[in-house]
Write a protein that binds this ligand. Structure first.
Ligand SMILES: C[S@@+](CC[C@H](N)C(=O)[O-])C[C@H]1O[C@@H](n2cnc3c(N)ncnc32)[C@H](O)[C@@H]1O
Length: 235
């Protein structure tokens, strides 16, 4: 099935829905978005004074959650291609008084504007399935990580239980696009969501890809009945 929106252009769609993104995120995740961000935090390196990169940072909630009340993070960078999303992130960072610890930059996950070995941790939440060339994106994450650095990836997945899976299918293929259309006015945006969730190589398949890209200590934890999965691994 062809995608209504190409992965190469998904950031343009996020630009268009930026102002409604947080509300839709809260509604469509059934209020789980905050807990999911906290989950990422639990897999960060336990060392002090580390530098972090959050890829596909969007409206900044993940970066803010990881930096706020966390003195272990020295500097954090957030990158995204959608200026509209970054503009909202900038406002939130200002409100939180975190301007000296979080820098934002417009950049493509497939061509990160950082030198090799710059970061101790790289995170990406609900962004990896939007990267047109998955392996190139992972290669870039690996490149910018320092030796022993940690990658934490949060992404949607499909539930194993057949009944839960059937309900989930109905949810992402009819309820999500309808609410997305009503609240954002964008016809394709939330259909794109279902299509990219269904085509993403989640679970053990994704762990295998991480290992092929050179990551070690690859682990995963399923969340909310398998509708999301967090993966973490070391360089
Ligand atoms: C579903 S949002 C996730 C935002 C945020 N991480 C969160 O959890 O709310 C996906 C983000 O990926 C960004 N994106 C899409 N393609 C990208 C690319 N090639 N490089 C960087 N960001 C990209 C979009 O602009 C969008 O902000």
């Amino acid at each position: 099935m062809s995608l209504v929106i190409s992965k190469n252009d998904s950031w343009k769609m996020f630009d268009q829905i930026a102002k409604r993104y947080d509300l839709l995120n809260r509604l469509l995740s059934l209020g789980q978005d905050e807990a999911w961000r906290e989950e990422i935090r639990t897999h960060l390196p336990s060392k002090e004074n580390f530098d972090l990169l959050d890829i596909a940072t969007g409206t900044g909630d993940v970066t803010i959650t990881l930096v706020k009340d966390n003195p272990n993070v020295h500097m954090a960078y957030g990158v995204d291609l959608a200026e509209g999303m970054l503009a909202i992130a900038r406002e939130k960072i200002k409100v939180q008084g975190l301007q000296s610890r979080i820098m934002l930059e417009k950049a493509d996950a497939q061509a990160l504007p950082f030198l090799e070995g710059t970061f101790d941790a790289v995170t990406i939440a609900f962004g990896i399935r939007n990267i047109p060339d998955l392996r190139l994106g992972l290669m870039e994450m690996y490149r910018v990580l320092r030796k022993d650095g940690r990658v934490v990836i949060l992404e949607f997945s499909l539930p194993q239980n057949l009944f839960v899976r059937a309900g989930h299918w109905v949810y992402i293929n009819s309820i999500v696009p309808l609410i997305g259309l009503l609240l954002s006015g964008h016809t394709g945006a939330y259909r794109y969501l279902a299509q990219t969730i269904e085509s993403f190589p989640y679970g053990d398949r994704f762990c295998k890809i991480l290992k092929q890209m050179g990551f070690v200590n690859v682990r995963l934890k399923t969340l909310m009945g398998g509708t999301a999965t967090v993966y973490w691994a070391d360089k």
